[in-house]
Design a protein around this ligand. Structure first.
Ligand SMILES: NC(=O)c1ccc[n+]([C@@H]2O[C@H](COP(=O)([O-])OP(=O)(O)OC[C@H]3O[C@@H](n4cnc5c(N)ncnc54)[C@H](O)[C@@H]3O)[C@@H](O)[C@H]2O)c1
Length: 390
């Protein structure tokens, strides 16, 4: 069983799907690891470290795809919407591919993978269960995004974060507001607090209140209640426009009083709700910063420009995508542990085991036998039930 690790090819992507530290565990389970030369160097993992841990190297991407029974990637075709299609021609029938596939993006890219005869698994579809926790790549990346959002905000803000008493006077602490207290939001609260800011947070899920408070954040209570705020998978549920309208009205004052606003309110597969309008931005103090972690799905701030940093009304609005990729060493190390836990689950006795009674396999499997077989994906796109035996 050969596991192939190609170099990531999305522009400026510096992460790598497996790091040297996980290779001995995979080898012990009967998996050989083949790495494209230079795949880890930009994340801080030179080729020599892979070889020391027992991996083999190849200079040829085509050879890697040819030899690998399972290809593990960060951004597969679909999630890599710029250059990912180049890998389609290299994929071969019977091969398995594991990584980010953006399964609720467009069904076309998934069908293209299916057409290659590839069995693909999407890490985005990992169930949120205790059993699958070690394989939860979305949480790993969200943790990093939450941390980095605060670091970027602190670097951009013309103020310091902590309260200081000096001979030259007292400096008041920065006020950070986090909207959407999921994994990224909670990490943002923790990081903002460590830097000395006063952190407040709001989430429409009532369960978030206790989590925010346990991190030393103040929970912003709004006189509005979401209907079924949380779905069975633990994700926020989309609300109607009148709910969002009311949220904006109630959040206005808190946003205006904040030096930093980090928005991380997303709904899987849906456009992100606009929670910070241009009028709200205009009321913020000059020099304030908004980091919009929902930018890739339209953004929580009305003025966010996709993948850009802009200044409007003297407020810097950061809409950069994929902040996790800017911390490639730890993003790769967490992802590698998620992926190796998944591989150890998937490969038994030297073979990929497609046990459809296993929730982890059933939920993450996207394509098989030339077809998009994921029930969740098919339902999302309104496709009839798959013909393949799942
Ligand atoms: N294995 C597990 O059990 C597991 C794994 C990961 C996350 N979780 C939990 O699931 C929850 C969601 O985590 P996530 O980071 O994946 O969420 P997410 O990235 O899908 O969404 C981020 C947050 O935005 C909030 N949100 C969406 N629309 C909003 C709106 N209009 N106003 C205010 N808030 C809004 C959501 O409630 C959510 O908390 C968290 O409680 C997390 O701890 C559990």
């Amino acid at each position: 069983m050969i596991v192939g690790v190609p170099k990531e090819i999305y522009p400026k992507e510096r992460r790598v799907a497996l790091v040297p530290a996980v290779i001995p565990t995979l080898k012990k389970a009967g998996m050989d690891v083949l790495v494209e030369a230079g795949a880890g160097i930009e994340a801080g993992y030179p080729d020599t470290e892979y070889v020391e841990k027992g991996a083999r190297l190849t200079a040829s991407r085509a050879e890697l795809f040819q030899a690998a029974d399972i290809v593990v990637q960060f951004l597969c075709h679909g999630a890599n919407d710029k250059t990912g299609s180049a890998d389609l021609a290299l994929m071969r029938k019977g091969q398995a591919v594991v990584g980010f596939l953006r399964p609720l993006g467009t069904v076309k890219t998934l069908q293209e993978i299916a057409d290659r005869g590839v069995t693909s698994f999407s890490v985005e579809l990992m169930p949120r269960t205790t059993r699958a926790q070690s394989m939860d790549a979305l949480s790993s990346m969200a943790t990093i995004c939450g941390y980095k959002a605060v670091v970027v905000a602190a670097d951009t803000l013309p103020r310091m974060f902590p309260m200081l008493t000096t001979a030259a006077g007292t400096i008041a602490p920065a006020r950070a507001l986090i909207i959407g207290a999921g994994v990224a939001g909670l990490q943002a609260i923790a990081t903002a607090r460590r830097l000395g800011a006063v952190a407040s947070a709001y989430d429409m899920r009532p369960a978030a209140k206790e989590q925010v408070q346990s991190l030393g954040g103040r929970f912003v209570e709004l006189a509005i209640e979401a209907k079924d705020a949380q779905d069975a998978r633990g994700y926020g549920r989309a609300q109607d426009e009148s709910f969002y309208q009311k949220q904006r009205e109630l959040l206005g004052k808190t946003v205006a009083e904040s030096d930093v606003v980090i928005t991380a309110a997303v709904i899987p597969g849906k456009k992100s709700p606009v929670l910070v309008t241009k009028e709200m931005v205009a009321k913020m103090a000059p020099g304030s910063v908004i980091v919009d972690l929902a930018a890739e799905r339209g953004g929580n701030c009305e003025l966010t420009k996709p993948d850009e940093i802009i200044v409007e009304h003297n407020v810097t609005i950061i809409g950069e995508f994929n902040l996790a990729a800017t911390v490639p060493y730890h993003a790769s190390s967490l992802y590698a542990r998620n992926i190796s836990a998944f591989l150890l689950h998937l490969v038994k006795e030297g073979k990929v085991q497609l046990d459809m009674n296993d929730e982890i396999i059933r939920e993450t499997l996207v394509t098989r036998d030339g077809e998009v077989v994921s029930a969740r994906v098919r339902e999302f796109f309104g496709l009839p039930t798959a013909a393949a035996k799942v």
